[in-house]
Design a binder for this molecule. Structure first.
Ligand SMILES: Nc1nc2c(ncn2[C@@H]2O[C@H](COP(=O)(O)OP(=O)(O)OP(=O)(O)O)[C@@H](O)[C@H]2O)c(=O)[nH]1
Length: 342
């Protein structure tokens, strides 16, 4: 990995429509064709590069968006709110521009446990030092939780309003007045009504975002997708399966800790990795839920996680999964830290 710290940004591109967002939905949807050219000429190396934070309340589609932008699954997605806890960088290099994305946990406003305080700190850390913020909301909706996230933004960082899940809005005509209302709330640089699940919209977003990134050499190799370790991918993969197979029953305070991650020499396999993880839950009842009838559910979680990790890491994986009860861990600051949250 090359230098990941952010060098001082040279003058950021200033798109012509920066101060004057257009709220005509049709025009907006028709504009900014994929690969739209940058509004200022690129430097001699022809490279642009910058940090982009994807921010929004839980469940608005931030992880879905980042995965679509990066082109490969790096952050887990789930129907359950609050499944993204760590700052994750996804990298995509395209059309002379390197896009470095920072995914953030959904901003928690309802509860104030130590865990949530840590999540909120991660969000704050992620948006203080970026070239562009993608503020994601559900198209046509703006709740108190959205307003709380928006109130954190420091002036000076260009912010795009990504009105996601446009496919779920049946009456498009209602979006224009909503966008006008949004324009009153914050000086958004641009509005992007879209669906993170629509490929054309993702291409269009690249064209828009590229204009805001400074001209400077890339920080990462062209084919790098994430700066997260395989150990982290292991815990994320188990966590995704855990939530997928327990549905809405399991509280989001359940977490996954990697106890062992060792690559061993093997004559049979190109790579052989031994991993041991512990799923930490708050109550005995949750433990029973994770294990399932005759251990069936835990077996499914482990098997699917192992298969996915084998593909992701191109290795033979031996995965051991344990379940432990640690009641009240989400309220205990020291313990939250010991599980890897800052
Ligand atoms: N219909 C529709 N659903 C979407 C779209 N984008 C995301 N979703 C769904 O919305 C749900 C939440 O998506 P995530 O990407 O996990 O949301 P998140 O904002 O990262 O959530 P947290 O991790 O809780 O902060 C999932 O069921 C997605 O499939 C979209 O454009 N259209």
């Amino acid at each position: 990995m090359t230098n990941a710290s952010k060098p001082p940004a040279p003058d950021t591109a200033e798109p012509s429509d920066h101060q004057n967002p257009n709220v005509d939905l049709d025009a907006m949807l028709a504009a900014a064709k994929p690969g739209a050219s940058a509004s200022t000429p690129v430097d001699a190396t022809g490279q642009r590069c910058g940090l982009i934070a994807i921010v929004g309340k839980p469940n608005v589609g931030k992880s879905t968006l980042m995965n679509a932008l990066v082109g490969q699954k790096v952050s887990i997605t789930s129907r359950k709110a609050q499944t993204t806890r760590h700052r994750i960088t996804g990298i995509r290099t395209k059309d002379g521009t390197q896009f470095v994305f920072v995914d953030t946990p959904g901003f928690q406003t309802r509860h104030s446990t130590a865990l949530n305080k840590s999540l909120n700190k991660t969000v704050m850390g992620a948006i203080g030092d970026v070239d562009l913020i993608l503020f994601v909301v559900e198209a046509g909706s703006f709740t108190l939780a959205d307003a709380k996230v928006l109130s954190l933004f420091k002036p000076g960082i260009p912010t795009l309003l990504v009105a996601n899940k446009l496919d779920t809005v049946h009456r498009r005509a209602e979006i224009a007045p909503w966008l006008r209302d949004m324009q009153e709330r914050h000086p958004f640089a641009e509005f992007v009504p879209m669906s993170a699940k629509n490929k054309g919209d993702i291409e269009r977003l690249f064209g828009i975002v590229g204009k805001y990134l400074p001209e400077q050499p890339w920080w990462y190799a062209e084919d790098e997708l994430t700066d997260r370790s395989e150990k982290f991918l292991a815990s994320e993969t188990v966590r995704e399966k855990l939530f997928r197979f327990t549905g809405d029953e399991l509280p989001y305070t359940s977490t996954v800790v990697v106890d062992k991650f060792e690559e061993e020499k093997s004559k049979q396999h190109k790579r052989f990795i031994k991993i041991a993880v512990t799923i930490v839950v708050e109550r005995d009842g949750h433990k029973a839920m994770v294990i399932g009838d005759k251990g069936e559910r835990l077996k499914r979680i482990s098997t699917e996680a192992r298969q996915e990790l084998e593909k992701l890491m191109d290795a033979k994986v031996f995965l051991e999964v344990w379940v432990k009860v640690r009641s009240g861990w989400a309220d205990d600051e020291a313990r939250v830290r010991s599980f890897g949250y800052e």
